[in-house]
Design a protein around this ligand. Structure first.
Ligand code: SF4
Length: 359
């Protein structure tokens, strides 16, 4: 029996595969076989035939940042022209627009601002909570690490205080690739892989659910992709606090990284990674395809390669859009993608609870 068939037989038998086996699948070139197995796993985990979507908005409260990610066109150095911190009024206006469009949550993230301490974040969250009934999914692990350090408090205290002020869940941004080699190369000012995982562990212990992401195409090896998946799977075994995994491919337009990367991640490479993620992350229920970076056509095929969620219509997004992600989607576009793929669409909330099936 061929190596790939042997590995996939374990998947069909409901057995876990190891890192070497995951790597062999990524290297195999057996795009269709791996996709078929991922589709099988997805149907086992989500037998209801539902594909979910979300209506929410990304709000970037500041673009001032000291992290110097090589794939980012969005940030401004402190003191540079064009740097901003959004006023509360402007954030409130964005929230009101989101609610008017049927939105249920906001994903609020920003740069690593060198001056903003815990009291700024507490005030931001509590001011929103006092006025609006909307899910607050905010501050990725690198932001939590920086704000805790600036405030001279522990990560746990920072998370407790943010939760008390209204934080409901934490987005999995800033993971990129969870290896030190890659982080030093592409996000030199961001927290380490260990710190990213530590923030998530503490958040889960403190009762906050989170998502997890992965950014591919920045020069990582296939071994590093598997290492990333393996670190997530091990933490999920311990805490069960991740509600979804969202892989996306880096956008390069006009970024410092562009000069060092010779080719973009195409659909076959993306879908293979997506399918291997579905097989490898056997303790994750939800797998989201990134239509923003792959387009709606690939998103539709992804629903047969392990994905059970198409994410948000993203009323606003800043980091990927300023680096070349020009895809857009309305609610109707997402419904069409899902229905034409043979699934039932359902609007969900930020924590992947579906609340409105669209028959
Ligand atoms: S991706 Fe985020 S953390 Fe990195 S430079 Fe841009 S704003 Fe800063």
């Amino acid at each position: 029996m061929q190596v790939v068939e042997k590995i996939l037989r374990k998947t069909y038998q409901g057995k876990r595969i190891g890192p070497e086996e995951g790597l062999a699948l990524l290297q195999s070139g057996e795009f269709q076989k791996v996709g078929q197995a991922a589709d099988y796993v997805r149907r086992q985990k989500c037998p209801d035939g539902v594909v979910s979507f979300l209506i929410d908005r990304n709000i970037s409260y500041t673009n001032v940042c000291v992290a110097r990610c090589t794939f980012c066109n969005f940030y401004r150095k402190p003191e540079a022209e064009g740097g901003y911190i959004l006023s509360l009024e402007s954030i409130f206006k964005k929230i009101e627009e989101t609610l008017e469009l049927g939105g249920t949550g906001i994903l609020m993230q920003g740069g690593m601002h060198p001056d903003l301490k815990i009291d700024y974040y507490e005030n931001l969250l509590s001011s929103i909570r006092e006025r609006y009934s909307i899910h607050l999914h905010c501050f990725s692990p690198p932001e939590v690490v920086v704000l805790a350090r600036l405030s001279k408090i522990s990560i746990r205290e920072a998370i407790r205080r943010l939760k008390a002020a209204g934080l409901v869940s934490i987005p999995g941004g800033g993971a990129e690739i969870l290896t030190e080699r890659m982080r030093k190369k592409i996000s030199p000012g961001k927290c380490t892989a260990d710190q990213w995982l530590e923030v998530m562990r503490i958040a889960h212990e403190e009762g906050l659910l989170t998502t997890a992401t992965m950014m591919i195409g920045g020069g990582e090896t296939l071994e590093e992709r598997i290492e990333h998946l393996d670190r997530l799977r091990r933490l999920q075994d311990e805490t069960g606090g991740f509600v979804a995994f969202i892989p996306w491919n880096v956008q390069l337009e006009g970024t410092p990284m562009q000069a060092s990367i010779s080719r973009k991640v195409g659909p076959v490479e993306y879908l293979t990674l997506l399918a291997v993620s579905r097989i490898y992350l056997d303790n994750f229920r939800n797998l989201q395809v990134s239509w923003l970076t792959q387009g709606l056509s690939v998103a539709q095929i992804a629903l047969h390669f392990g994905a059970n969620d198409v994410g948000s219509i993203m009323i606003e997004e800043n980091v990927m859009s300023t680096a070349g992600a020009h895809n857009t989607a309305t609610r109707e576009n997402l419904l069409t993608v899902i229905e034409e793929a043979g699934f039932t669409p359902a609007q969900r909330d930020t924590l992947y609870q579906t609340f409105r099936r669209i028959a």
